[in-house]
Each structure stands twice: as structure tokens, then as C-alpha cells.
Design a binder for this molecule. Structure first.
Ligand SMILES: [Fe+2]
Length: 265
């Protein structure tokens, strides 16, 4: 079956708009950012009681209305990651990023037209940090709660790209350990232009591959493991792999491949 030129153009525009509006996070299912969620009728009350309607002149995606998503699994059911650690991580670090993102968006909206450029520049820098932190945390929690057994298209794509699945796992673990005692993220992403998986590290929530969408995210900030493992980051990485949810990784891959096909059309 062939696609009409109009439908191809529409697909390309949709993919480009998705990337422009919320980055690759939209494709990978990061929905804590309000703009990625289905639109609600104006004035509809949110779970927190705040109205969803944005202030006049401000797009809902930037109106300081981001909400904390609940953990997508029972925090007492993980293997090797305690309920206390996981709950603290979610309620303090992730929720803190959402709270700060909302504050920053409010401050950006209030910057006067005649303000010196550096004022907005500083706020935009913080906005990117909190926006990415919120999204990366949602992706991180979203790929936990599984049985850790690789499966499906993701396992095959990784094996094909890296020679063997074990070689990729070795690289991801080593990248994570390079951040042990420091801070950062390790991300397995789908390169939307080359159509291959790619592993990278990210510091300060803001160093990301711009042509890719995350498939699997590992938090290497100390708050992700210090409570359970102290400085033994390698034991945390072991626990991370044991709890990985590969069906979610496969779901993200399916969406990424569709987006990549639309961009190449
Ligand atoms: Fe974290």
C-alpha cells in the first residue's frame, strides 16, 4: 500500500512538530510535561485541584502546570531496590524537578520585555535542566518494575547493532560506572536518522543526543542508590538490570521506529 504525498507530508510535519514541541521525549512516552498529555477542556480541574487552563497568552505546555506522575509499579516489589529508596527518589528528586519546572515557567512568563537578556538566559538554562530531569525520571521509573529479561525487537536491535547483547550491556554498565560517585544519566536511545540504538551519558540533565529518543534510561545520580548501597554503584547497576522492564523498552522502540520512518519519508 502506498501513501499519498499529502499523508506523507502530514506524517513528516507531525513528527517534526512533535520533536520541536517537546523533543524526542514525546515519542518515548514522557508525559509529565503537560504539553505531551491529551488536551483537557479549559477549566477542567486537575488531580491537584489546579485549573488546567493556561494564563492568557501562554501555551499550556509552558504554563507551570506540570503534574507529578505516580510510580508505575509497587515500590515494595522491586528486587534489590528498597521501597524507602525508590519512594524517596520519586517524592523528593523527581517531584522536586516538577515543582521547580513549574516555578521556572512562572518566572519566565513574568520576565518583562525590557529585562536584560542574561536574566531570561539564566531562567532558560534552569528550565532545560528541570524539564529534562522530570522527563528522564519518568522514563527511568517507567522502565523499572519488570523481570529484567531482555526480549523482543529491542533485544534483537541491540544485538544487531553491538554484535552481541552482552557487548552492549557491558558498555552500558561501564558508562554507568564512569558516573559512579558523581552524577548523570545513561541512556540507550534510538537514533532517528540512522535507525540504530545508541548509548550515551548525560550530565546535568542537559547533555542529550538531539537526533534520538530514549528507549532505556538509568539514573546514576547518587540519590538513586546511596541509601541502599552507599558508594557501591556497581551493586546498584546490578539491581537496575534485574528490575528492567523490557516490554516498556520494546514499546518505546516501536514508537521510535514509526517516528524515524516518518522523518525519512
Ligand atoms: Fe534521580
Amino acid at each position: 500500500m502506498t501513501q499519498s504525498k499529502d499523508s506523507v507530508d502530514l506524517s513528516r510535519r507531525s513528527a517534526a512538530l512533535a520533536l520541536a514541541a517537546g523533543g524526542a521525549a514525546l515519542l518515548s512516552g514522557c508525559t509529565g510535561t503537560a504539553g505531551a498529555e491529551p488536551a483537557k477542556p479549559a477549566g477542567t480541574a486537575t488531580p491537584s485541584g489546579a485549573p488546567s487552563a493556561a494564563p492568557a497568552g501562554i501555551a499550556p505546555a509552558f504554563a507551570g502546570k506540570h503534574e507529578v506522575k505516580p510510580l508505575p509499579f509497587n515500590p515494595s516489589a522491586l528486587t534489590g531496590l528498597s521501597e524507602k529508596l525508590v519512594t524517596s527518589h520519586h517524592d523528593n528528586n523527581y517531584a522536586g524537578a516538577i515543582k521547580n519546572l513549574n516555578k521556572i515557567e512562572g518566572e519566565i512568563a513574568a520576565v518583562p520585555k525590557d529585562a536584560p537578556p542574561f536574566l531570561l538566559g539564566g531562567l532558560k538554562q534552569s528550565e532545560l535542566v528541570f524539564r529534562n530531569s522530570a522527563c528522564l525520571h519518568e522514563l527511568y521509573f517507567g522502565n523499572l518494575g519488570g523481570d529484567g529479561k531482555p526480549s523482543g525487537a529491542a533485544e534483537k536491535a541491540i544485538s544487531d547493532a553491538y554484535g552481541t547483547f552482552g557487548k552492549w550491556e557491558e558498555q552500558l554498565r561501564a558508562t554507568g560506572l564512569s558516573l559512579g560517585g558523581g552524577s548523570g544519566w545513561v541512556v540507550l536511545a534510538w537514533d532517528l536518522y540512522r535507525d540504530v540504538p545508541y548509548t550515551f551519558w548525560s550530565g546535568n540533565h542537559s547533555q542529550v543526543e538531539v537526533n534520538a529518543t530514549p528507549l532505556l534510561v538509568m539514573d546514576m545520580y547518587e540519590h538513586a542508590y546511596q541509601m541502599d548501597y552507599g558508594a557501591a554503584a556497581a551493586r546498584y547497576v546490578d539491581a537496575f538490570f534485574v528490575n528492567l522492564r523490557w516490554d516498556e523498552v520494546n514499546r518505546r522502540l516501536e514508537r521510535a521506529r514509526k517516528a524515524a520512518a516518518a522523518l525519512r519519508a
